[in-house]
Design a protein around this ligand. Sequence first.
Ligand code: UD1
Ligand code: CA
Length: 468
Amino acid sequence: MSLSIVIMAAGKGTRMKSARPKVLHKIAGRPMLAHVIGTTSTLQAQQQVLITGHGAEMVEADMARTFPEAPLRFVRQEPQLGTGHAVQQAVPVLPDEGVTLILNGDTPLIRASTAQALVDACGGDKLALLTITLADPTGYGRIVRDASGERVLAIVEHKDASPEQRAIREVYTGMMAAPTARLKGWLSRLTNDNAQGEYYLTDVVAMAQAEGLAVVAAQPQDEVEVLGVNSPAQLAELERRHQLAQATTLMEQGVRLADPARFDVRGTLQCGRDVDIDVNFVFEGTVTLGDEGRIGANCVIRNARIDAGAVIHPFTHIDGDKDGVTVGEGSLVGPFARLRPGAQLGREVHIGNFVEVKNSTLADGAKANHLAYLGDATVGERVNYGAGSITANYDGANKHRTVIGQDVHVGSNCVLIAPITLGDGATIGGGSTLSKDAPAGQLTVSRARQVSLPGWQRPQKHPKKQGG
Ligand code: UD1
Ligand code: CA
């Protein structure tokens, strides 16, 4: 049975009061629409048809970039005359058989299992609606059932509902699955004869009934799956609910979070056993934490692998971007450290406060404990890299490498002008600026020799002139 997915994303989102199209506003660091497409991409649909309107070019470009492999088709809806009108625009690209699943671009947390259950409920010959019972159904379309409560007769929009109908708490979530051929027929017969003067998709329910087609309802596993976003406040609320759900899942796996309310994962976080995470923590992209890892308060970590027993002290920023960052077993990083793309730390490496590492490999036991910069460097085992020292890796046009052999001791406040190699066991005197290689095993110093001038006198103040 072929499956087509139609995602409505043409609406303006007036209440967002934003120049950005509503569906591009983010939940967990990802546009809401990308959540929907990402989730439904697992359903093996023949095609995913995106109905765009407001900000169409921006929405289409963003999604085409994010999902180069997905069978996406873009259909414009201009002007926007209602949800029924939106789906009408997809009719020319829908096949004549199979099932069509209709979703909303502003309801980002729908799960694949729920969407699949809706498709299964349709089964190719029924109209299946995703419904939920809410404490406060205000604003939603109400599910009107027959006296037995078994058959769904119609969806009545809030604005068109009678007082008795408004008392119904079972509502339509905006998602349905229908036999495509039937759907096409219903869509061609929609009218806009209602309180809002719109073409309501929900009118197809009464049409299905009239044709004797069974109308069935399925429910989501969790209310959060069907919560839509219309305003910044709702966006923030959904974000917190989503984050809390993610935090709960991790805690169920044994991860210890100091406060699940001060914890944000914007991507995927994988944790080993006995991981401790303090407050105000932001993970982005793909992050892996090994067994017994400890993350201090106020850290931001993106695209990184942190191995077993490593400790990330407070206020550390790790950004692996495209190249990634690796922190080896038992390493200590921070507080106030910055690891940038391509920082690869071996085991037991120490990176202290105000140390920046970019595109550099530090072998086991290497230390840079204070105020230092390592860029485009290869650092050997057990190197001690002094406070205030930097690799001058950029000559204004090109980047060059610094190679530091094992057991090298770089004193404080050194400038290593790349390309440069410091041989194994070399010692570099503090305050040196090196532009040539330093041989292994020797002390290399490059700075003005210290002199003292005996008998030198400090200048005296001239006595003040009188009168004048
Ligand atoms: C719709 C349902 C209502 C349901 C509610 C759930 C209809 C008539 N009503 O109401 O029963 O309880 O969703 O949230 O379907 N859109 C377009 N083009 C348009 C109009 C809307 O693409 O011309 C898109 C919007 O961007 C949005 C979705 O369709 O993603 C829903 O539109 P919205 O106006 O929020 O529907 P409601 O009036 O809330
Ligand atoms: Ca509306």
